[in-house]
Design a protein around this ligand. Structure first.
Ligand SMILES: Cc1cc2nc3c(=O)[nH]c(=O)nc-3n(C[C@H](O)[C@H](O)[C@H](O)COP(=O)(O)OP(=O)(O)OC[C@H]3O[C@@H](n4cnc5c(N)ncnc54)[C@H](O)[C@@H]3O)c2cc1C
Length: 462
């Protein structure tokens, strides 16, 4: 085994994905000497990170990366369409009252976006990008402090790099997460993804959520000819090799889809490869390690139903840039100051991540009601609440898109949905006796509480 000479940087970043590229650009621009390490610099072909919410677009702008969503045949997105038993409700992104412009997001092929981000990072002064897999974090002999990384090339050359600070953002399947937290992702379902060719969605330029049984289906156009479909499959994934997964798509999922979509769905099942990704929930942890911080999916994840991961990630980089700026932390060798700043970062980021994380998890529970009678009452109530329009959609979509950063708005709307659900249910049952209504009020409120409170609770923890 040959090890090449030691090189030193001010900051090492592990992983040139969503967070890594944005962080390299931000810290390189601030004058830090950055080394960005990525195990594979070829264009990724993944079913993740394909719809960027307006709040994420705003963060990209403030990082000077807004051009990265251009030139990749991306599709502007102006809101959502939610489809339930043949009815569609439109949930437009809010209008900015100062500019009178409607907010918009963008959907695209993930790999094309990542390559643009990598190009932007590579072109940033002070940033060195290398195609290497990081194998270990190097720690100081007499303690826990991380002082660098060892890495390996595709041709089995070995390298060691040293820096006073390492940012680990190696994603969902993080190798280094366990060196930082004992929390592990809670995976209850998988998304199965493939592409539908030349499909016209009921509401063009909108993300679509189909409230299917047993679990929701997502669709959004990602290029002129391609529409991404993501089918949530709860529990253990049926086998691909035995054809069980394909049969599940044909027999369970296809009958739940609107007729206008079903033929293209069936056609794609014949031609497309079915790929899957686990949908995990990982509550955030405060960074208390010396010499290392962990961000992105390695530190915090939510169900991808609401497409919030990249928005949280870019917001995190904007906040990190501020808390770790040369003015606030003149040198990353001051580990105590870095830890102090990361503590402030942990609490400040709750303004946006709590609403996005909890909304994703709570909506997923409602939308995957899977024959639970109380959850189905809440699901119907939620759909009917959206049909009211006005503030009943502006609030929830403002939170989901990362434009409203006040978690209390989420709590308000969630319980408004619960009371609305009780109201429409009692109304449709003809208010059949005060006793019945009282029991329903109790069980629906109880279900609402157990749907949202555990997630809110995990967010308040250190
Ligand atoms: C099915 C699914 C769909 C999703 N859809 C959306 C969506 O539509 N919108 C949205 O906003 N979010 C979505 N997300 C979430 C989003 O993809 C993530 O939040 C985001 O990609 C996290 O960025 P990251 O930088 O932490 O990780 P990644 O973007 O995954 O980047 C990690 C990088 O680290 C590299 N790496 C890993 N290990 C090493 C190593 N040892 N050495 C060197 N490099 C390494 C990897 O190759 C990769 O490039 C989805 C997630 C899933 C699971």
């Amino acid at each position: 085994m040959t090890t090449t000479p030691i090189e030193e940087f001010e900051l090492i970043i592990v992983g040139a994905g969503i967070v890594g590229c944005a962080a390299a650009k931000a810290f390189g621009t601030d004058g830090r000497r950055v080394l960005l390490l990525e195990r594979d610099l070829t264009e990724p072909d993944r079913i993740v990170g394909e719809l960027l919410q307006p709040g994420g677009i705003n963060s990209l702008k403030s990082l000077g990366l807004e051009d990265c969503v251009e030139g990749i045949d991306g599709i502007p997105c102006y809101g959502y369409g939610v489809i339930h038993k043949g009815q569609t409700v439109e949930i437009p992104y809010p209008v900015n009252y100062e500019t009178e412009k409607q907010a918009s997001g963008k959907s695209f092929h993930h790999g094309r976006f990542i390559q643009n981000l990598r190009k932007a990072a590579t072109c940033t002064e002070n940033v060195t990008v290398r195609e290497l897999t990081v194998n270990t974090l190097i720690r100081e002999d007499d303690g826990d402090k991380v002082i660098g990384v060892s890495a390996q090339s595709k041709t089995n050359e070995y390298f060691k790099f040293y820096a006073p600070l390492t940012i680990v953002c190696d994603g969902l399947f993080s190798k280094f997460r366990k060196e930082f937290t004992t929390k592990t992702p809670d995976v209850r379902s998988n998304f199965v993804g493939f592409v539908l060719k030349d499909l016209e969605l009921p509401l063009p330029n909108h993300g679509h959520v189909i409230l299917a049984n047993p679990s929701p289906v997502l669709m959004y156009q990602i290029s002129t000819h391609d529409t991404r479909v993501l089918v949530d499959v709860p529990g253990k994934l049926p086998s691909v090799s035995t054809g069980e997964l394909r049969a599940y798509m044909e027999n369970i999922v296809a009958p739940e889809l609107p007729e206008s979509i079903r033929p293209k769905f069936m056609e794609a099942l014949e031609t497309e490869k079915l790929r899957s990704m686990p949908n995990g929930f990982l509550p955030p942890s405060a960074n208390q390690s010396t010499g290392m911080i962990v961000v992105g999916d390695a530190m915090n994840m939510r169900h991808p139903l609401t497409g919030g991961g990249m928005t949280v990630a870019f917001n995190d980089v904007v906040l990190l840039r501020e808390f770790l700026s040369p003015q606030n932390v003149p040198s990353f060798t001051d580990s105590e100051l870095v830890i102090k700043q990361m503590n402030s970062f942990h609490w400040k980021r709750k303004n946006y991540c709590t609403a996005i994380n909890v909304l994703a998890m709570a909506l997923y529970r409602l939308f995957a009601a899977n024959h639970d009678a109380d959850l189905e009452v809440l699901q119907r109530g939620c759909f009917s609440y959206f049909q009211l329009g006005g503030d009943c959609v502006d609030g929830p979509v403002g939170l989901l898109s990362g434009l409203i950063q006040r978690p209390i708005v989420l709590v308000y709307h969630f319980f408004a949905v619960a009371f609305h659900a009780i109201y429409i249910e009692a109304k449709s049952n003809g208010w059949s006796g005060a006793h019945h209504s009282f029991i329903m009020l109790f069980t629906v409120l109880y279900t609402a509480c157990v749907t949202i409170l555990p997630y809110l609770w995990t967010e308040t923890k250190y």
